[in-house]
Design a protein around this ligand. Structure first.
Ligand SMILES: [Zn+2]
Length: 96
């Protein structure tokens, strides 16, 4: 049983549903506008502090995912700092 909770989507600020996956390391969101996405805690914190444009771009990318896909949003730490990476992945391959 998943414990479904609600909070505002980090990308578009609409009310969205989510549950924790990977022992709490990630959240799987179902947003009316951004559809389904899996986001790591690191990426979540990064997006909260990021400029509006980064959130908008990520929201746009996520909203274009297909029905059988979810957007995976993660955060890569490079020598130049943190960077958001986004990719569509088939939902059946994800731990959701
Ligand atoms: Zn959203």
């Amino acid at each position: 049983m998943r414990n479904i909770e609600e909070q505002r989507c980090h990308l578009c600020q609409q009310k969205a549903r989510f549950y924790f996956v990977d022992h709490g390391d990630k959240k799987y969101f179902d947003c009316p506008s951004c559809k389904r996405y899996l986001i790591s805690n690191l990426a979540e914190n990064f997006l909260i502090e990021a400029i509006e444009e980064v959130r908008k771009e990520t929201a746009k990318f996520a909203s274009e995912s297909k029905e059988d896909e979810a957007t995976v949003i993660s955060c890569k730490v490079t020598s130049e700092g943190k960077q958001i990476t986004v990719a569509y992945e088939p939902r059946k391959t994800l731990p959701i």
